[in-house]
Design a protein around this ligand. Structure first.
Ligand SMILES: Nc1ncnc2c1ncn2[C@@H]1O[C@H](COP(=O)(O)OP(=O)(O)OP(=O)(O)O)[C@@H](O)[C@H]1O
Ligand SMILES: N[C@@H](CCO)C(=O)O
Length: 291
């Protein structure tokens, strides 16, 4: 049996809607695979009771189809579904990397990105690459129609996951259809600052570049306590705060020394709203690993 660990990811980072993503050092999905006559899926772990084992409804089923690689697939979820931490993408990424190796298909990591994205299409209707790209390739990724650009980066992060469910499908329905030119100018500036910050491992520049006035305010309404948690994290030293992916996870960038304080402050702020939450003190990490 082959074992693959694929990390949770955070897409968008504010200014990079549907383009930017980072791999997180933790949490992660772990899947085990062996060749079989047909695809079967067994799920355990965080939120696994809510995830269909039917290959037509699970992200890994679409990936196995795309690679023509039937297998018995056991998935241990470290990433809760509908979290904003790329839960569905982590399984798809792990399956793409693992089945490519199991069946010796010979695809590069970059070539596996659109294959894993077929799994994402099963759950959200769209084959966007911004979670599967970092889960497969690690670091900071810029996914466009031209392909994926990857940069290794080291930025401390705090991911605070409230006990609220926001599906990607619902969160996409509230995205505004248009933006003003002044918002476009601001977004380009912030995205450029963030990209430069990733190259320099500079949490200040990354945090500054996470600011977004187009998509994030519309989605914040789906997350009870978002504004309070954001303000509390900034007051505790976060360099930037935004919604992770489609939410409800709230993501803060910070300096290493401030991470612990920011984590407890974010938990307290959700607690004051009566919302249970869990927090990951994490950082940008590597992509899927085969054992
Ligand atoms: N292997 C899988 N792992 C997780 N969720 C899956 C899987 N296969 C299918 N799903 C379904 O995908 C949905 C969760 O995916 P969704 O994209 O909404 O959340 P997410 O991946 O945590 O968030 P985001 O993409 O915003 O970071 C759930 O309805 C779940 O049942
Ligand atoms: N870019 C996507 C990521 C979620 O899968 C979104 O924010 O809708």
């Amino acid at each position: 049996m082959l074992t693959v660990r694929a990390p949770a990811t955070s897409a968008n980072l504010g200014s990079g809607f549907d383009v930017f993503g980072v791999a997180l050092e933790r949490p992660a999905d772990v899947i085990r695979l062996e060749k079989a006559d047909r695809v079967t899926i067994e799920m355990t772990g965080a939120g696994s009771q809510y995830i269909p084992e039917d290959p037509d409804k699970n992200t890994v089923g679409a990936v196995a189809d795309a690679l023509d690689a039937p297998a018995r697939i056991q998935i241990d979820k470290g990433v809760r579904p509908a979290s904003g931490l790329g839960s569905s993408a982590a399984s798809a990424a792990a399956a793409a990397v693992g089945l490519n190796e199991l069946y010796d298909r010979g695809y590069s990591r970059e070539e596996l990105v659109p294959i894993a994205a077929k799994g994402e299409a099963v759950v959200s209707g769209d084959a966007h690459d911004d979670n599967v790209a970092p889960s497969i390739m690690g670091g900071f990724t810029i996914a466009t129609e031209q392909g994926v650009t990857q940069v290794d980066a080291d930025i401390p992060l705090v991911a605070c996951l409230p006990d609220i469910v926001v599906s990607t499908r619902d969160a996409r329905n509230v995205v505004p259809e248009t933006a003003r030119v002044d918002q476009m100018v601001e977004t380009v500036g912030n995205a450029a600052a963030l990209t430069t910050g990733m190259h320099r491992d500079d949490p200040e520049l990354v945090g500054q570049g996470m600011h977004d006035t187009v998509v994030t305010p519309a989605r914040a309404k789906l997350i009870d306590g978002y504004e309070q948690v954001r303000e509390a994290a900034l007051a505790a030293g976060a360099t930037g705060v935004t919604i992770s992916g489609a939410g409800p996870t709230v993501m803060a960038a910070c300096a290493e020394d401030d991470r612990r304080q920011i984590a407890s402050t974010m938990l307290d702020a959700f607690g004051e709203r009566g919302v249970d939450a869990r927090v990951y003190q994490t950082r940008i990490g590597g992509g899927a690993e085969v054992f």
